[in-house]
Design a protein around this ligand. Structure first.
Ligand code: GTP
Ligand code: MG
Length: 198
């Protein structure tokens, strides 16, 4: 798929304040600093579209980007950033869970996982939450450029294998890098194929 246009539309503090259109939405979620905003920039080819930062907790609102005037990319805040304190964490979880559970337009949620790390409790709990609530999702491994390609592939495969204990059927997964643009075509083609099936 070719991205002809990508524009920031709005930041929303609550799921029920998101844009009201019936266009399909693809949202990015994951721990703070995993690379959600960077991935949106990589996919759209616009380096400054979504705000990124080396300090975790940059994205605090639900950010909508309209793509080719036909579908949305959505940048969500990260979960599990403990330094924020309990009240702030509860507020963020409230925002994330309402978006994930109530947003009818949400067509596929991409859960981002840093390919360098062993499975982390926070992520596994989040995947469990999605399963229990039947939210359709795929997994996107990020920062593949920080490892050799063979190590990155091996880590991704072993992560998926470890999910087999918990899941009967594994979701699709993608290996990506915002710096080398690995996985760009695969992810965009995947979104394209879902859009075509709607
Ligand atoms: P929050 O909004 O804080 O939850 O973070 P985020 O998940 O949106 O992460 P963000 O895209 O802001 O990236 C965090 C840091 O990781 C930044 O310093 C990015 O430059 C870096 N980063 C993100 N993706 C990649 C990648 O694929 N490769 C490398 N080398 N660095 C990356
Ligand atoms: Mg972000």
């Amino acid at each position: 798929m070719i991205i002809k246009s990508a524009q920031f539309k709005q930041s929303s503090p609550r799921a029920d304040m998101c844009p009201s259109t019936d266009l399909p939405e693809y949202a990015f979620i994951g721990r703070s600093n995993v690379g959600k905003s960077s991935l949106i920039n990589m996919l759209t080819g616009k380096n400054k579209l979504a705000m990124t930062s080396s300090t975790p907790g940059k994205t605090m609102l639900i950010n909508h980007f309209i793509i080719n005037d036909k579908w949305w990319l959505v940048d969500l805040p990260g979960y599990g950033f403990a330094q924020r304190g309990k009240r702030e964490m509860d507020k963020l979880w409230n925002l994330i869970s309402h978006y994930v559970l109530d947003r009818m337009e949400l067509t596929c949620l991409f859960v981002l996982i840093d390919v360098r790390h062993e499975p982390q409790k926070k992520d596994l709990e989040f995947l469990q939450f999605l399963g229990e609530n039947r939210v359709p999702f795929s997994i996107v491994f990020t920062k593949a450029d920080k490892l050799s390609i063979s190590k990155a592939k091996a880590n991704a495969e072993s992560y998926m294998n470890s999910l087999k204990d918990q899941w009967e059927e594994l979701p699709p997964y993608f290996l990506t890098s915002a710096t080398s643009r690995l996985g760009k075509d695969e992810l965009l083609d995947y979104i394209d194929s879902i859009n075509a099936s709607l």
